[in-house]
Design a protein around this ligand. Sequence first.
Ligand SMILES: Nc1nc2c(ncn2[C@@H]2O[C@H](COP(=O)(O)OP(=O)(O)OP(=O)(O)O)[C@@H](O)[C@H]2O)c(=O)[nH]1
Ligand SMILES: [Mg+2]
Length: 466
Amino acid sequence: MHRRAEGSARESLTPENQPVASSGETIAAISTPAGEGAIALIRLSGSHAIAIANRIFRGKLQPSQFPSHGQHLGQVLDGERVVDQVVLSVHRAPHSYTAEDLVEISCHGGVLVTAQVLATCLAAGARSARAGEFTERAFLHGKLDLTQAEAVIDLIRAQTDLALRSATEQLQGRLGDSITAIRDALVGLLAHLEAALDFPEEDIAPDEGQKLRARLESVGEMIRVLLATEQRGRILREGIRVVIYGATNAGKSSLLNRLLGYDRAIVSHIPGTTRDTIEEVINLRGIPIRLLDTAGLRESEDELERAGMARTEKSLALADLVLHLVDSSAPQPALFQRRDLLPDEILLLNKSDLPAHPDWRESAALRISCVAENGLTGLEEEILARVGAANIQTESTVAINARHRDCLRRALGACERAGVTLEQGLSLEFAAVDAHEALNAVAEVIGLGSDDPILDSLFSQFCIGK
Ligand SMILES: Nc1nc2c(ncn2[C@@H]2O[C@H](COP(=O)(O)OP(=O)(O)OP(=O)(O)O)[C@@H](O)[C@H]2O)c(=O)[nH]1
Ligand SMILES: [Mg+2]
């Protein structure tokens, strides 16, 4: 499934062409989550993976005799002691996730037995893998570009179908392909620029500058198209923070429970029930919404309640959208009277099953009832409309992340500077410098030329064993 990047990213990184990855070291880790399960998976990767498997495995054949990718039943031994009955498979380089020799051991999914199988691998010569080291090796060996490696994390974390589809397509190389197309266009442009540079000023055809500018503009447009997917990427990866806020007893916790579909928060007629913020994720037609129920606001001397209200204020500061809930059967609380609605706020008149108080009768705000379950579909529509869901649920699934955005903005800035140089008829050399900078920034998106700290911080977000 993985697309092969052009050679190894690290090869292009190191002019000395050092050998890729730490192929001398064989790494091992438990790749399944900690805890009890039917099966757990332990992975070994590196040049000694098969030799280590030979040392610890007893079955009809030795792992070194296994055909690649086949599964074989046997036992893991610590000396003569049987640690567990397992199924072992060998994936020979380069046809494995990491492109190295890779061994997978499926053992029983107990915490202790899994730890002992891993310990046996370590005692036989492997070293513990760092977080994300398997995927890092896949990247360093050119099995994945950096956008694909990032897609692995997105895929694991995806909470909605839409987020999953976007991650899957990124893993298949869709974003990488767009980046490669921009890179190719920039390489072509640079060749054109450099060819023009070889001629003295007077030999350059008058329309040459025009052509170069048109090419630059088209590269800039390709970059802008990708930059426009940033909001979509942020929403699919992190979800939209929707804070439910209002006076005590307005029905905030009731609304949280209704939108979630189960009784998550305590609801009571006693004002000041919710003290802490409660966060849960719902899936609104593919869009992950992080719903926050907050402590109701009112004048209070109670220390705990005031601490809860301070948290409410903090949540509001970080909200993408605020659902301001009021009890429409009661007068408007004094605390809220002199407050204008924020642009990212939806006013909701709750308890519409009860007769409306005169304060609210004329209001055009959305009416809902958490008890009678009225108006909730309308509310969901309103939330989706406010977050621009139509732009998110498009056919295209490309959605860049913050790292891609930073690289692409740099690239766009450099293209724009090159454009100004050409427009003002300044030396083509200046334009070539900027075009080179744009090329490097674009290449960084797929991991060419990314420095080690960037790679370290990226792969450390993975779990150990991935
Ligand atoms: N009639 C009616 N009662 C409601 C409705 N929604 C909530 N209630 C009632 O209002 C009371 C307060 O509801 P909660 O959901 O606890 O209100 P809250 O805003 O979370 O209150 P605090 O946590 O104290 O700030 C409860 O008795 C609910 O049953 C509604 O739509 N109609
Ligand atoms: Mg509450």
